[in-house]
Design a protein around this ligand. Sequence first.
Ligand code: FES
Ligand SMILES: [Fe+2]
Length: 337
Amino acid sequence: MLSTSPDSTFNNSSQFVEGWYWALPARKLKVGKVKAVTLLGRNLAIYRGVSGQVVAMDAYCPHMGAHLAEGKVDGDRIRCFFHNWQYDAQGICVDVPSLGKPLPVCVKTWSTAEQYGMIWVWVGQEKPRKLPFVPELEQVDCDYLLGTRFVKNCHPNVLLINAIDAHHFNTVHNLPLEIVFDSQNLNSNAITFSNTTRGGDDSGLIRLIRPLYGNEVTYSMCYWYGSTGTVTLGPDFLHFYIIFALRMIEGGKTEGQTILVTPKRFGCLGWGVNRGLLWLTQQVGNYFAKGDTQVFQTIKFDLKTPTKADQSIVQFIQHVNCQKALVWGTWKADEKQ
Ligand code: FES
Ligand SMILES: [Fe+2]
């Protein structure tokens, strides 16, 4: 089943994969503040209590429906602006001032996490699984920098396949070598595609730097929940890491944020080196984005005629379609599954 079937989760504007999705940059949510965030068709109030803990809850107050982001954070709780009912971090009503006691009502809350300078929300009915990470950095302490925030006129699934569209590296990015991907399932929600070709010996630059590294130049992409991709790129002595954190917005379009990552290096020198490396990583990311921008504004994705070079794309479509899908806005399981 490829992208044309209405039952396919891949490239579907009314459903998405249960998983972790980025909500907002962590530094934009100060202690004691609350923000209104719309995520995958659902309105949320996300606040940071005095303990620093981030709480995400459905936006509307069970009393009369006021948006809780109009309210005030009070310790680790939130108080609705309208009639001052108060809810704790589990969303349980703990105070109705006019009655002098709480009522047995609650607001639905969602698990959150903070990683790579981002606040992430677990959008799912089951208990949270792993946050997206770069496979070779799973146990590594990292520095990071938020890169570009962007909106694209196509579905996140479609935008992400650009990184494993082997043929387009030659036609669009003029890369003088053949790319062949090998795929590996990391878990049921994550799949890695790694380039296996060494190639590039014709290029003077490659010949010059060849003695500096043992193996091929690494290029691999790890997809999480069909919506976040982590790229690892570079020769053995210096890998660059870029996370493309995407989410679907109204009309099946994409809002995304790049996150640049590098392992922590210690001391003042390490700090300086990492600033430079993160800046360089941003340039690598920009290079990736260049050349493809226009096609994603106009594409009507439909892989009617897959060739051998499109094999990884077909695998990714199947991987997305195997995951649990939820419905846009309700966040309930898709009944058809
Ligand atoms: S609407 Fe929230 S307390 Fe009345
Ligand atoms: Fe590209």
